[in-house]
Each structure stands twice: as structure tokens, then as C-alpha cells.
Write a protein that binds this ligand. Structure first.
Ligand SMILES: [Fe+2]
Length: 444
């Protein structure tokens, strides 16, 4: 191994993490698992004390197994010279293409390699959002995905993860990219050039989460107002990041900026409504919510695909475009019919602990412990309470202002959410407090 003379590393860098000075000067970090090919067309460096050291030269064979060994030693990132970035991205695309076309390996392995490679490239993008050329590279992936969808749709559909999976931002972005491809092809036809834009927009739609601390993204408890404001800003941050990337068009920026907007204007970040929300943003919004709900979170289990479709249908017309949703339902139902094994865990049931039954754009506002809620009756009476539980059938609010059973109310949060509901009964909580039980009802 030879020490590289040109780059001394900041001693204050986070142990094991990518170094910010490196990332913005001569090298960019990639996770050690990124490399799945034996032959690499770029140099790999590792960090050692205050120096950067050549680990493998371009053209040298790279064994994959030692990556685990490197991780054990606290080495989680390779560093690649920025000048070799295009070689790196080309290798990653080849790695993915070779896996998809390799009939000698099982479908599960192929799918893992394609999804894993794509996910790591997105991860690298989020680590280095200003890295030159990465937008072009992700556009190449989007082009490859839409070509696969056009040429081998049945096989491409298996890239959409319909298993009972956990939620991670990057794997979610891969799934949304694949889902947007399928939904776009369903509506527009596989060969429409807009499909490729929908794919790319889906793959990068949450890139703005690079500006939200992981502690906030993964927080299980109640978000503070400031934390919730940070989450609400991720579409704006994402759109800003993408402005400076080549290979990204206004269409993908629009999807990133507007994927949390709702037809009724109660979305974020700008609260636009109806015709102001473009077709690509409507596509992204549906696939985004679908994948978020079919993924497990620390505070609830994953919800099976068919149950998610039932839940989402409640918000068609208010949050989701009816025609786009119908098309997505066809895509999902057809995949489940063709191969029920793909989602064998789908028993059609909605889990009891469905804490975020209401759409993700308002999840944090109506989850237990998320703050006060105002109960508004149609006769003008109001009462304040606090949400303590939520399930498919009901929302329970700590409040001692019983109503006539059957009374129709609106549950309103400070942030402007209004949810129609019906008062059922009052019960005693574990500490003897009054808890009012409401059944959620359809929007008017
Ligand atoms: Fe998002």
C-alpha cells in the first residue's frame, strides 16, 4: 500500500464516517459494500490515521468478501478520486445490468444485486449531493429501468419489493422509482419517454432527507415543532439540491418538490391543490404513500399491499388523483394475481397497531402523543384533547367532555388537519382518566 501525498485528512472527522473535506475536495466516499464486481475501473482508497492510502488500483482484481473484514476494522468507506467518478458510475451500472441479465443466478439474487446497487448509488448521492455527474449517472439507471420495463416487464416487476420489508430511506427511493416506472408504463405505455422521467423522479424524490438529521427521521416519539418543520422542508431541500445537478430536468425537480402535496391543498410544503399538482407529482405521491405503508416502522408493522390499497382509497379525490390511483391498483392487483407468492404475507388484514392509518403527510400530526387535537361538533361546540391511541376503527382522545353517541365531529390539529369522525363512547384509561373513542369516517 502506498500513502497518497496529496490529501491529508482532517483529524476532527467522524471516525468511520465519510470525511467532509475529502468529499468536497479530491475524493468522494462510497460504502465498502458498493463494490460487487471483481474487476474495477477506478482506484479505491481507504483512510488510515491522517492519510489516505491506496487500497486497490484500477484494473486490479477486488475480492468482495474482505469488505466484511474491513468493516470489522472500522473501515466503512472507500474513497474514489473525483476525477474517476464517471468510471465508478459506469462500473455500477454495468454491475447492475450484468446481474439483471444473468440467467445463471436465481431471481432473488439478481433482484438483490440490482436493488442493492441502485440503493447504494442513491446513498452515495445523499452523502455527496453536490457531486458533479451523479445526476447523469442516476439518469442512466432510470433509462435502464424503463428499458427493462419495456422489454421484460414481467421480470422487471419483481424488482418492486412486495415482501414484508422495513423502511429505509434509500430502499424506499428505489421502490418508488420502480413503482413510478410501472405506474407510468401502465398509464402512458411502456415506450413513452415520460416514463423514464417518472423513474428518475421516483428514485430521487426524497433526496432532500439528506438535510434532515437521522435522529429526526427515525425518531419514534413525538416530534417537536422544529423537528416537524425540518421534515416538512425535505421537498424544498431536495428541489434545491437537484437544481445544481446536470442530468436532472424540471420534471424530476417538480416530483421532488410536490410529492407530499394533496389535491385538497392540505399537503406540504406549499399547500398547492388541484390542477396546480402535475401528473408526475400525482404519480409519485401515490407510489410514495403505498411503499411507506407497506414498510414496517419501529412503531408499527408493515401493512399488506391489498390492505394499503383499501386504506388509500379513502383518500382518493382528496389526496390522490382518482385515475392515477385506479391505474396503480390495477398494477398491484395484477402482480399479486400473477404470483401470489410475491406477497405471501398479504392476508388482506390491516394490523391493529396501525398508528399512521392516516396519510404520511399528516402521520406525525395524529399519532399518539403528537399533541393536542380540537374536537369540533357541528353545533359549534369544541373541546380540546390529546390522542392516546389509533387503530383502523378508531381514534382515542384523552378528554372528558362526553357527547351524544353517534355525534359527527371534526378532529382538527394545530397544523390544520381536519379529519371527519363520529363519537362512539367514553371509557376509562389505565390512570382513571376519561378517553373518548371516535370512529374515523369518510371525507364528505
Ligand atoms: Fe418525501
Amino acid at each position: 500500500m502506498a500513502a497518497h501525498n496529496g490529501a491529508e485528512i482532517d483529524s476532527t472527522s467522524t471516525a468511520g464516517g465519510p470525511d467532509s473535506i475529502l468529499a468536497h475536495s479530491l475524493y468522494f466516499p462510497i460504502s465498502v459494500e458498493s463494490i460487487q464486481s471483481a474487476e474495477i475501473a477506478f482506484d479505491l482508497y481507504i483512510k488510515h490515521n491522517r492519510n489516505i492510502i491506496l487500497y486497490r488500483s484500477s484494473g486490479e482484481s477486488h475480492e468482495i468478501k474482505p469488505c466484511a473484514h474491513l468493516r470489522e476494522q472500522g473501515i466503512t468507506y472507500f474513497y474514489v478520486p473525483i476525477a474517476q467518478h464517471s468510471d465508478f458510475q459506469r462500473t455500477m451500472c454495468e454491475q447492475m445490468t450484468n446481474a439483471f441479465g444473468n440467467a445463471a443466478i436465481g431471481r432473488d439474487v439478481r433482484t438483490d444485486i440490482v436493488r442493492g446497487t441502485c440503493s447504494r448509488m442513491i446513498d452515495d448521492f445523499m452523502q455527496n449531493p453536490s457531486l458533479p455527474g451523479i445526476g447523469d449517472s442516476l439518469r442512466s439507471i432510470a433509462s435502464q429501468f424503463s428499458e427493462w420495463c419495456s422489454r421484460e416487464r414481467a421480470e422487471f416487476e419483481y424488482l418492486l419489493d412486495m415482501s414484508e420489508h422495513d423502511f429505509y430511506t434509500t430502499t424506499h427511493m428505489v421502490n418508488v422509482g420502480i413503482g413510478c416506472t410501472l405506474l407510468g408504463a401502465e398509464i402512458l405505455g411502456e415506450d413513452n419517454e415520460l416514463v423514464q422521467h417518472l423513474t428518475l423522479g421516483g428514485l430521487i424524490h426524497d433526496v432532500g432527507k439528506c438535510g434532515v438529521p437521522a435522529g429526526v427521521l427515525n425518531k419514534e416519539g413525538k416530534l417537536t415543532d422544529d423537528e416537524w418543520a425540518l421534515i416538512r422542508d425535505h421537498p424544498l431541500i431536495g428541489a434545491e439540491v437537484l437544481q445544481s445537478q446536470s442530468g436532472i430536468s424540471d420534471l424530476e425537480i417538480d416530483m421532488t418538490l410536490n410529492h407530499h402535496e394533496r389535491l385538497d391543498g392540505r399537503g406540504y410544503p406549499n399547500g398547492i391543490s388541484g390542477d396546480q399538482i402535475s401528473f408526475p407529482a400525482r404519480v409519485c405521491s401515490i407510489v410514495d404513500v403505498y411503499d411507506a405503508l407497506t414498510s414496517a416502522r419501529p412503531y408499527r408493522s408493515a401493512i399488506p399491499p391489498r390492505a394499503v390499497l383499501v386504506m388509500m382509497r379513502e383518500d382518493v379525490g382528496t389526496a390522490f388523483d382518482p385515475n392515477v390511483f385506479d391505474a396503480w391498483e390495477c398494477v398491484v392487483e395484477r402482480m399479486l394475481d400473477q404470483d401470489p407468492e410475491r406477497a405471501i404475507w398479504d392476508n388482506g388484514q390491516i394490523p391493529e397497531n396501525r398508528l399512521d392509518a392516516i396519510l404520511p403527510s399528516i402521520n406525525a400530526q395524529l399519532a399518539p402523543g403528537s399533541g393536542s387535537v380540537t374536537i369540533r361538533c357541528f353545533n359549534g361546540m369544541t373541546a380540546q384533547g390529546e390522542i392516546v391511541a389509533e387503530s383502523i376503527a378508531e381514534i382515542v382522545v384523552r378528554c372528558c367532555d362526553p357527547l351524544q353517541p353517534g355525534t359527527r365531529v371534526t378532529l382538527s390539529t394545530d397544523s390544520g388537519l381536519n379529519r371527519p369522525a363520529q363519537y362512539i363512547s367514553t371509557r376509562l384509561g389505565s390512570k382513571g382518566e376519561s378517553q373518548m373513542v371516535f370512529k374515523l369516517t369518510q371525507h364528505n
